[in-house]
Design a protein around this ligand. Sequence first.
Ligand code: ATP
Ligand code: MG
Length: 525
Amino acid sequence: MDIRAEEISRIIRSQIEGFDAQVDVAEVGTVISVGDGIARAYGLEKVMAGELLELGGGAEKLMGLAFNLEEDNVGIIILGSSDAIKEGDLVKRTGKIMSIPVGPAFVGRVVNALGEPIDGKGPIQSVGTNPIEQIAPGIVDRKSVHEPMQTGLKSIDSLIPIGRGQRELIIGDRQTGKTAVAVDTIINQKGNGVICIYVAIGQKASTVAQVVKTLEQYGAMEHTIIVSATASDPAPMLFLAPMTGAALGEYFMWHGKDGKPAGKDNPGQHVLCVYDDLSKQAAAYREISLLVRRPPGREAYPGDVFYLHSRLLERACKLSDARGAGSMTALPVIETQAGDVSAYIPTNVISITDGQIFLESDLFNSGVRPAVNVGISVSRVGGSAQIKAMKSVAGTIKLDLAQYRELAAFSQFGSDLDKGTLAQLNRGARLVEILKQAQYKPIPVEEQVASIWAATTGFVDDVPVSEVRRFEVEMLDHLRVNAPEVLRGIRETKALSDDAKAALKSQVASFKEGFLASMNAPAGA
Ligand SMILES: Nc1ncnc2c1ncn2[C@@H]1O[C@H](COP(=O)(O)OP(=O)(O)OP(=O)(O)O)[C@@H](O)[C@H]1O
Ligand SMILES: [Mg+2]
């Protein structure tokens, strides 16, 4: 066989040309200690804070998050079970800040804090990724809150109205109906295009399953994403879950329904994010921080837990028209201990949000449900988002209720009350009844207006207190059948015209006549 020198040199030349410096420049470090879900690694000089890292090798590869950058080592939180990682394992940089997959296909699904499906319905087709920490939109990109985010709950929509893009805290002790308020609000968004994200942090898996089941039952999973980090998940997952929820929400806020970036001609979407609850995230953050030996501050929380929550809640906003006018409303939940709102985490989150809904055990146990304490609950920006009709009927309730509470406490000791005081007590007791509402039964705003209008104009003053709730339910049924055009008018014009008032007056009066008559009639008649 004859080999031509010319050919050999050509092959060698082409090989040299093709030798494209394939040197792996990834920076690699080694694990020096590992335990409690935290690893320390040496040799990652250029690593970024929040960078995603690869730990171990081969089949046991795990992801980690660069959390603490120290002089000669990096504290890494391990995303997953740390059992497989041992001293001496390699840690590789990825050069990427941690992000999660996002996209419209997430709607209707249950995912974990890393955006991976956990509902057994197969993989989710994402359209890209969003970093879990995103700088909140600046002032120029924002607009003031002006559209209502109806919760469907009379006591909230009338007295503590929430606007799209607002941050409203739900705060209360254990078992006061915090989750119920959030779930009812999600159910009430059915059919109005608001994408809801329910982030369950540190709850029992069975509780989360119950929420999913309830939402499915009321047809609300079709517009909802559940992000779940249960009590049995490692602390880093509980810490990440709210940010994952926000990152998923930001996709919808910044994109139109067509999946293209939102802008002047392509309206962005509206998102509602519920973080249930941030006390558990704070506890998880404290755990991780103490493990990486950050100094403990008040109540042993690291000093920057305030910053953690403000970074998260600042991401909720109403975008300007140039940005597509999308919005993200945040409903963070905080659990208090024995009603103590002066603890560290509650005061922090109260000061970050635009108002709070206080739920109280005493009210809850005495049957006032939702157990909203309307005296100390506030919404600092939602007033401008409330529809005119509601504003006009609900204007005086807060004052009436405050006077009622004061008089009720005072009148316990005396029996001779003048007529005016008695009338106020009467009215107050009925207003309290009217604001009660069953769970999973959000009411459209026009019906809320009708109920509250009836109560504030004195139509229920002579209905016995124990019958007020039945009166209200049956009155709304009556109006739905006999005066649908009046209700539609309120919904469409968002105002309560004099004509509508007159129509309501005659309808409610005729209904009441029948109601009182049937009540007084002997049973079985
Ligand atoms: N409006 C309501 N009417 C009747 N029952 C209600 C109402 N709201 C809540 N409940 C009931 O009260 C209980 C507690 O509600 P929920 O789980 O929402 O409270 P929570 O404050 O979220 O509790 P946790 O602290 O355990 O998270 C539930 O059994 C729920 O069904
Ligand atoms: Mg709850």
